[in-house]
Write a protein that binds this ligand. Structure first.
Ligand SMILES: Nc1ncnc2c1ncn2[C@@H]1O[C@H](COP(=O)(O)OP(=O)(O)OP(=O)(O)O)[C@@H](O)[C@H]1O
Ligand SMILES: [Mg+2]
Length: 262
């Protein structure tokens, strides 16, 4: 695996070495090594079925049959102390359709920090409503929202605790271009103004340029990691999509060479 990181050495938000995950009877992540730097947006890109969601579940500690090293914010993944430090938005929106947006957020805020004073909790709810631009829909039933609006409610839930690490599984799927742009602006402000670390998956390569750094995945492996520009330069490609295809070809050629010299 190639590493194009040019940032100064500091403890990364996520560090994986020889990370393997078995689902069913086969390995779906195969001995991965990678890092996710702090305070940056790292895009996890790769085709459907390559293992993005599985990797994210391992990072947040909800995936079974994980072996190898996986450290998250200085602790082993899944450590109880990480629960409030990580915000996770799954691929399928997970909010209650029969509660309003505000009721959903108030409910999750109460679970997250049962000891918090009511006024502080309400303040948090209003903050995240504004973050995801849903203040105008706060009193709508979540079940009556559009798909994009519902996924923003899930994102708002993840922002409630002001987490250090946000793990977002395909947060922009099915959103119109304006909403997509607005969400990316929010992601940048979370990283640049609040110092949050974001790990964002997508199978749409054109989102790659919006990330500070990329992990390109294919078939349970990390093909390459680095800044979009570095990956493009390294492969002589105009777009990350072309860079990805060249890396796939390179990996195939390397595998053939290995095969023929065995
Ligand atoms: N419960 C399961 N049992 C066995 N195999 C599974 C299970 N869930 C997923 N897999 C397999 O694990 C692999 C990785 O799946 P994963 O959901 O992580 O991919 P993904 O990159 O997130 O795909 P997508 O872009 O479609 O969301 C796939 O090949 C899938 O078939
Ligand atoms: Mg997925």
């Amino acid at each position: 695996m190639m590493n194009y990181s040019s940032r100064p050495p500091e403890e990364p938000a996520v560090h994986a070495q020889d990370l393997t995950v078995v689902r069913g009877s086969r390995p779906v992540l195969r001995g991965l090594g990678f890092t996710v730097p702090r305070g940056r947006i790292t895009g996890l890109l790769g085709p459907s079925g390559c293992g993005k969601s599985t990797l994210m579940r391992a990072v947040v500690g909800t995936q079974a049959k994980v072996t190898g090293t996986l450290d998250v914010l200085g602790r082993p993944a899944g450590h109880p102390s990480l629960r409030t430090r990580i915000g996770y938005v799954t691929q399928a929106p997970s909010v209650y359709g029969d509660l309003t947006v505000r009721q959903n957020l108030d409910y999750f805020a109460a679970i997250l920090d049962p000891g918090k004073a009511g006024a502080d909790r309400r303040h948090d709810v209003e903050r995240v409503l504004a973050d995801v631009d849903l203040t105008g829909h706060a009193d709508s039933l979540a079940g009556t929202l559009s798909g994009g609006q519902r996924s923003r409610v899930s994102l708002a839930v993840a922002l409630l605790g002001t987490p250090e690490l946000l793990v977002l599984d395909e947060p922009t799927v099915g959103l119109d271009p304006v909403l997509r742009r607005d969400l990316w602006q929010l992601f940048h402000s979370l990283a640049e103004d609040r110092g949050a670390t974001l790990l964002v998956s997508s199978h749409v390569m054109d989102e790659a340029e919006r990330c500070h750094r990329l992990l390109l995945m294919r078939a349970g492996e990390v093909l390459a990691e680095g800044a979009p520009e570095a990956l493009r330069t390294r492969t002589g490609a105009d777009t990350v999509e072309t860079a990805f295809l060249r890396l796939v070809d390179e990996a195939a050629a390397a595998a053939r060479t290995e095969e023929s010299t065995r």
